[in-house]
Design a protein around this ligand. Structure first.
Ligand code: PHE
Ligand code: NA
Length: 515
């Protein structure tokens, strides 16, 4: 079939597409907030350890098993896992992975559609001359779909539909004509916009500090994120957050990497490619992701304010207002660059989420590319409508929790066990090194066999039964009580929305709006 002939156009195209897959809203929105909420420089050490002991190994596992599957004409995890194991069970488990993609794509595309809307409103100068509270409340009326501030009824719904249609159309064009082309345009622009905003952020110093503000200095923000602190190195909560961020940001645990890698020729390198994509994502996250929102916000509003209000909302509720301090022209340029950057980061990732579904439908039912793409768009739309219409009721958070966090860890855990113990570490190690352009350090073999699965298990178990108030010290000293925000706690208290998600603060506009 056509599917089997499909492949990447060039190595640089593959690298850019894989980097596009990994580099996403997670790098620019999720990382800075996770870092701030977990003690800034205290987050960095667990983050780097998780990257080296779980992130990089999982990348090798997913690239290797993806290319392995592609050799047999399989392009999605159900078939790949089936080929790797003897039991039928893993095939069905793989189908669960495909639905994780749909669940994440549903809310991810919704944020992506906001970035489109905010590019539009930056060009239309909607935010010019507005106070901070007005800019913040614009967002709240935007996500209240029944209410219109700009005269466009159901604006959020319209942008969501446009965003899904665009994703679907690009997917229907195929790998090299669709995804690869978007990555080739989007990734360089993203880096350019990111560099511009980072330089602007880093040269800000205290030039924007309002009279009397003593902690309004961009460097304080950067310093807070980067200066390693050792005090919370033993805090499981910080480790959990770091591991979660590593999975999300590397796109691990969903099957998108396997799908992309299944189109790599069977003797082409994966070892170096996997590492390059991983390090590129890390660079964009730690350098660019850390140099924009936080430093700029600290420059104007102060470190204390940012520590108190840091959250997802800052990107949409605070940034347009701060850009406004740079005069009308630069405000427009910065707005287009910031939301344009987020858009490119988002779309190159949401396209990736469509590919496992497409690969499965095409392999299993011989569907055409168009049919596979439009069915993905339709299913995502159906899954996504609740997040759009019931956003203020917290549906969004539920999706992010179950699809975007819990499922990733479970899936990654299964993958690492299958790879090292069912497929077998000897075969696995050979797969990784086949055609490799680097020598993978030998100590990664025992890491892949023992350390990665055990760490994943530890992460999963501690999320399953988190102690009350996340107080591990009390728990270890015998005062055991289950927290409502643990996985089991959430299942028992069905309907109660956890308030620790990084999205829920969007709803607290008053807090975010007041300086
Ligand atoms: N890695 C992407 C980000 O950082 C998100 C993503 C997760 C993309 C899973 C594809 C698959 O935003
Ligand atoms: Na990322």
């Amino acid at each position: 079939t056509l599917n089997k002939q499909e492949s990447w156009g060039s190595r640089i195209g593959l690298i850019l597409a894989m980097a596009g897959n990994a580099v996403g809203l997670g790098n620019f929105l999720r990382f800075p907030m996770q870092a701030v909420q977990n003690g800034g420089g205290a987050f960095i050490i667990p983050y780097i350890v998780c990257f080296l002991l779980m992130g990089i190994p999982m990348l090798w596992i997913e690239w290797a098993t993806g290319r392995f599957g592609g050799r047999y004409g399989n392009h999605s995890t159900p078939f790949i896992l089936d080929k790797m194991t003897k039991s039928n069970f893993w095939k069905y488990f793989g189908v669960f992975g495909i639905f994780t993609n749909i669940g994440v794509a549903a809310y991810y595309c919704y944020i992506e559609s906001w970035t489109m809307a905010y590019v539009y409103h930056s060009i239309m100068q909607t935010f010019s001359g507005k106070t901070q509270i007005e800019v913040a409340s614009f967002f709240n009326s935007y996500v209240d779909v029944t209410y219109s501030t700009t005269g466009i009824p159901y604006e959020a719904v319209i942008f969501y539909l446009v965003c899904l249609a665009l994703n679907t159309y690009i997917l229907s064009r195929g790998l090299s004509e669709g995804i690869e082309k978007v990555a080739k345009i989007g990734m360089p622009l993203l880096l350019l916009f990111g560099a511009f905003l980072a330089v602007r952020g880093l040269t800000l110093g205290d030039s924007g500090a309002p009279e009397g503000c003593t902690d309004c200095n961009a460097y304080l923000g950067l310093n807070f994120l980067w200066e390693p602190k050792f005090e919370s190195v033993l805090d499981p909560k910080v480790w959990l957050a770091a591991a979660g961020q590593i999975f999300f940001t590397l796109s691990v645990g969903m099957g998108t990497i396997q799908c992309y890698a299944s189109y790599v020729k069977s003797r082409d390198d994966i070892a170096l490619n996997a590492m390059s994509a991983g390090f590129m994502n890390g660079f964009v996250e730690i350098v660019l992701g850390a140099s924009i929102v936080i430093p700029i916000a600290v420059g104007y509003l102060g470190l204390d304010w940012v520590l108190e209000n840091a959250g997802f909302s800052m990107a949409f509720q605070t940034m347009p207002y701060l850009f406004g301090q740079w005069g009308p022209f630069l405000a427009t340029v910065a707005g287009v660059m910031w939301f344009g950057l987020l858009f490119f980061a988002g779309i190159t990732s949401s396209l990736a989420m469509g590919t496992p579904w497409m690969g499965f439908m095409r392999d299993e039912f011989n569907w055409s590319r168009e049919k596979a793409a439009w069915s993905f768009g339709l299913v995502t739309l159906i899954m996504g409508l609740p997040t759009v219409f019931f956003f203020q009721q917290g549906v969004f958070d539920e999706y992010d929790y179950w699809a975007g966090t819990v499922s990733l860890v479970i899936f990654a855990l299964a993958e690492s066990l299958i790879f090292a113990w069912l497929f077998g570490i000897r075969r696995g190690w050979r797969e990784i090194n086949l055609g490799a352009d680097i020598r993978v350090p030998r100590f990664y073999k025992p890491i892949l066999k023992y350390v990665t699965p055990l760490l994943l298990l530890a992460v999963f178990l501690s999320a399953l039964v988190t102690p009350k108030n996340n107080d591990w010290e009390a728990a270890f000293s015998g005062n055991w009580e289950l927290d409502a925000s643990s996985i089991i706690g959430k299942i028992q208290h069905k309907g109660v929305v956890a308030n620790q998600s990084y999205f829920s603060d969007v709803l607290e506009s008053e807090v975010a709006g007041v300086v």
